[in-house]
Design a protein around this ligand. Structure first.
Ligand code: HAS
Length: 563
């Protein structure tokens, strides 16, 4: 019992001189991103709580607030703003820690990106709060928002390009300083994610700049709805991997260190990241499988490519299990699953991401169901899909980012993750797991009975089936309440780690590669090759559908016409 009360993070805390730390000026840049991210998490989480209560009929929003307005706040602040700010900050910290401090120029680039994103966020948020942009996080036409909302989002995207440019430049500088050497894995992964982000956001940038913005300003009378949706989903599915890859960075590079082990294979980790770069983007049509106006063959090609993007996740599952097993056997584990007992269950920095990994088993399986062409017809636009992304994004990714915050924040603020905060971190994770199990599984089952997503109890009128849905929605409200408590707990721990925890040194754990791992093939670092392959895949997947959407739309019926 006494043993259990030991400070769980003590043995991992780097007290030795010469430990690689994130540079102080870089730390300030990273923390600026974190402040905005955490504020967005609080407001978006509060909107989420209101939403489950309204959906279940337990609460009525006071005028002038509306359900779609609250849903937009929830989606935009959590799915777009919290994630982008956290990821940009996390990438800057990872590059600074593994490639070395950012140069003054690179840091200034980071600050410019940060301020552009922040101004954009304020603009978009004001429009949502004043009910002039209740268009949900997907902002599909023909729903129209105030032009300031679109401009704000455009600033967030361009700001993130500038921000991540700094990360890529630092990696490039490292390569020049260390010719013929394999670059640090974590920096390489940050570059992959930045490349994926840049290519993916081109779709949404075209949608906003050439269509939604001129339309909301009254410069053009109407937009081609199918075209704008297709441009959105060109971006939208890669967006989910932009969220996932930072979690994978933590799984591959940090978790092995926390458990006292080694990275199973550097080459395999890089291969899985390159596969994400290649296959994340040409798959967006799997969000539009039920939409008329896109031919079945194009949809089929993208369904096949979607199955390709499952492979790097299977590689990751294999690598993680291998890392766990190797470490377990080192500690004397016997039998097929004996290694499970050797993992540091009482360390929140491990426990939270591990629960995230577990959630990805059903979450990933649900994704494969979604992507399975005809099967998509059963679940599309039902609340099953909401259940899917609460398991993947809101559990796998978010719990991993929470777990990472427990060492990242104190590392940056010069404080320590104490044993009492660690206990709170474990409670936070359990609270999240219980809440998500109730809410997300409720959503999956409710979805299978046909319950639509983005609708409230009152929308169903007196429909008989609504009685069945009502009990699921009650369960979802209970789950959502647990989740809100989880957010408050996480923010409490973060506030402690930023301002109040004891001063000290907290390690930014980075594992070494296992000595028996194969040498990393240099081709994996040759981005020129991968950009050519990526361009070819995008052209194969998108040229025909985009051409035919424009040609066959009512706007294009008298010839090839965009507007
Ligand atoms: Fe998805 C809809 C297909 C992954 C997020 N997805 C969404 C939406 C979001 C989202 C936000 O094809 C809704 C968008 C909207 O608003 O309309 N998704 C997939 C597929 C995958 C997938 C094939 N999605 C994600 C991830 C997300 C995410 C990741 C966020 C981070 N998704 C779809 C489709 C739709 C969709 C359709 C449209 C549905 C519709 O009709 O609207 C795959 O990438 C999943 C592959 C994953 C795996 C799991 C591998 C398991 C691992 C865990 C290892 C565990 C360990 C521990 C090591 C195959 C890596 C084990 C320990 C033990 C003791 C066992």
């Amino acid at each position: 019992m006494r043993k259990q009360k030991q400070k769980p993070t003590e043995k991992f805390t780097a007290k030795t001189p010469g430990v690689l730390k994130v540079n102080e000026k870089d730390a300030r840049l990273v923390m600026a991103h974190m402040y905005v991210a955490f504020l967005a998490l609080f407001l978006g989480g509060a909107a989420g709580l209101l939403q489950v209560l309204v959906r279940s009929g337990l609460f009525e929003l006071p005028a002038p607030f509306g359900y779609y307005q609250i849903l937009t706040i929830h989606g935009v602040l959590l799915a777009l703003i919290f994630t982008t700010f956290f990821i940009m900050g996390f990438q800057a910290a990872s590059v600074s820690r593994t490639s070395g401090a950012l140069s003054t120029k690179q840091r200034i680039i980071g600050w410019i990106g940060f301020w552009m994103m922040t101004i954009g966020t304020i603009m978009a948020s004001i429009m949502i709060l004043t009910n002039q942009a209740s268009v949900l996080y997907t902002f599909y036409a023909p729903l129209q928002a105030h032009w300031i909302f679109y401009l704000g989002l455009a600033l967030v995207v361009v700001g993130s390009w500038i921000d991540s440019l700094g990360h890529c430049l630092r990696w490039e500088q490292w390569r020049k300083e260390h010719p013929h050497q394999t670059s640090p894995l974590m920096s390489y992964m940050a570059v992959c994610n930045s490349l994926l982000w840049f290519v993916a956001t081109l779709g949404v940038a075209i949608e906003v700049v050439f269509f939604l913005l001129p339309w909301s300003l009254g410069f053009i009378e109407r937009v081609n709805v199918l075209l704008t949706r297709t441009l959105f989903w060109y971006f939208g599915h890669a967006l989910v991997y932009f969220w996932l890859l930072p979690a994978y960075m933590i799984w591959y590079c940090v978790i092995p260190k926390i458990i006292g082990g080694k990275i199973f294979s550097d080459g395999l980790a890089r291969l899985s990241f390159i596969m994400f770069v290649l296959f994340s983007i040409p798959v967006g049509l799997h969000h539009q499988l039920t939409e008329p106006g896109i031919d079945s063959f194009s949809k089929y090609i993208q369904v096949v490519l979607t199955m390709m993007v499952v492979i790097p996740s299977l590689i990751t599952a294999f690598s993680m299990l291998a890392t766990f097993e190797m470490r377990g056997r080192e500690l004397g584990a016997k039998g097929l699953f004996g290694w499970l007992r050797k993992l540091p269950w009482k360390d929140a920095r491990f426990f939270a991401p591990f629960v995230g990994m577990l959630a990805f088993v059903p979450g990933g399986a649900g994704g494969i169901i979604n992507a399975s062409f005809q099967m998509n017809q059963v679940v599309h636009n039902t609340i099953w899909v909401t259940g899917h992304f609460h398991l993947t994004l809101a559990t796998t990714v978010i719990l991993t980012l929470f777990g990472a915050s427990y060492w990242l924040i104190p590392h940056l603020t010069g404080r320590t993750f104490t044993s009492s905060l660690n206990v709170l971190g474990i409670i936070q994770t359990v609270c999240w797991a219980i809440g998500m199990a109730i809410m997300s599984f409720g959503m999956h089952f409710e979805g299978l009975t046909g319950a639509p997503r983005r609708s409230t109890f009152s929308d169903y009128g007196g429909a008989e089936i609504a009685k069945t849905w009502a009990s699921y929605q009650l369960a979802e409200a209970v789950g959502g309440t647990f989740l809100f408590i989880g957010i408050v707990l996480f923010l409490y721990i973060s506030v402690k780690l930023i301002w109040f925890a004891p001063k000290g040194e907290q390690d930014f754990p980075i594992a070494e590669v296992a000595p028996q791992a194969e040498r990393t093939p240099p081709i994996l670092e040759n981005f020129k090759v991968w950009i050519v392959v990526l361009t070819a895949l995008i052209l194969i997947a998108y040229t025909f559908p985009i051409y035919s959407i424009i040609e066959n739309s009512p706007l294009g019926s008298k010839g090839f016409k965009l507007w």
